[in-house]
Write a protein that binds this ligand. Structure first.
Ligand SMILES: C[S@@+](CC[C@H](N)C(=O)[O-])C[C@H]1O[C@@H](n2cnc3c(N)ncnc32)[C@H](O)[C@@H]1O
Length: 229
């Protein structure tokens, strides 16, 4: 598979980048949804954190990449990303896996969208659209189909309950194209017993999907992978 090092998102001569090798530092923002947000510079890299979790460009990005590694991205022609954050998975798709097709990214939080644009240069273009919307409302009304849906919806360390319920996954099903795949970051500290069976049943009852659960990804997270057959 095509691989290239993930590009950094700052000017190469930025003093902040070089200074952060010696002295990590942060700037803060306040979000109506996620509370305190931190843009942290550590060892020449910039990342987005909530009070108790990494949102983007840290372990979160590696967690999603673990899921993406299991997919055949060469067959993917359209991506829906629910949970934009700072947009690190967009960097992974574009620069690590060479996916250049359209991405539609949805996030409820205008402050997060501002940070993605201004701090991480996640800019709308012909191949990237960004919508400010609640993800459940978006999928309920969505009349498009996608080859890959990435669900990465968190408020701090928690996946809002509504995204672990049948109603959300039924709506997701209607946005999946034939043979499409889903990658969902299910949460922190789960084991098989804690994964709501209703989610799994939504996909297994269709007989056209194969499911995989990965626990303890980066030591913390559970990923759900749904492969279209
Ligand atoms: C961990 S961050 C996403 C990181 C991103 N996937 C990346 O690759 O950098 C989780 C995001 O979920 C968003 N979110 C939480 N609840 C939401 C909802 N109801 N609808 C849409 N977005 C939501 C938060 O605003 C936050 O930006």
């Amino acid at each position: 598979m095509f691989r290239r090092k993930v590009k950094t998102h700052f000017h190469p001569f930025s003093y902040k980048k070089w200074f952060s090798y010696v002295w990590p530092f942060s700037t803060h923002a306040h979000s109506e949804y996620s509370g305190k947000l931190e843009i942290n510079w550590i060892d020449g890299r910039k990342r987005l954190d909530s009070e108790n979790a990494n949102y983007s460009y840290g372990s979160l990005q590696r967690i999603l990449e673990t899921g993406l590694e299991t997919l055949n991205l060469s067959a993917v022609q359209s991506v829906l990303l629910l949970g934009l954050g700072g947009g690190s998975v967009i960097g992974s798709l574009r620069f690590r896996y060479g996916y250049q097709g359209p991405i539609l990214a949805v996030d409820i939080d205008p402050e997060i969208i501002r940070i993605a644009k201004e701090e991480f240069h996640i800019l709308e273009s012909e191949s990237l659209s960004i919508r400010q919307s609640d993800a459940l409302e978006f999928v309920k009304q969505c009349d498009q189909k996608f080859d890959l849906i990435i669900v990465d919806l968190f408020i701090d360390r928690h996946v809002p309950e509504v995204f672990l319920e049948k109603q959300f996954h039924e709506a997701i099903l209607s946005c999946l194209d034939e043979k499409a795949n889903l990658l969902m970051n299910l949460g922190i500290g789960l084991d098989s017993e804690k994964v709501p069976p209703a989610i799994l049943k939504t996909y297994t009852k269709e007989n056209r999907y194969q499911l995989k659960l990965l626990h303890g990804v980066e030591g913390t997270n559970t990923l759900l992978l749904v492969y279209g057959l």
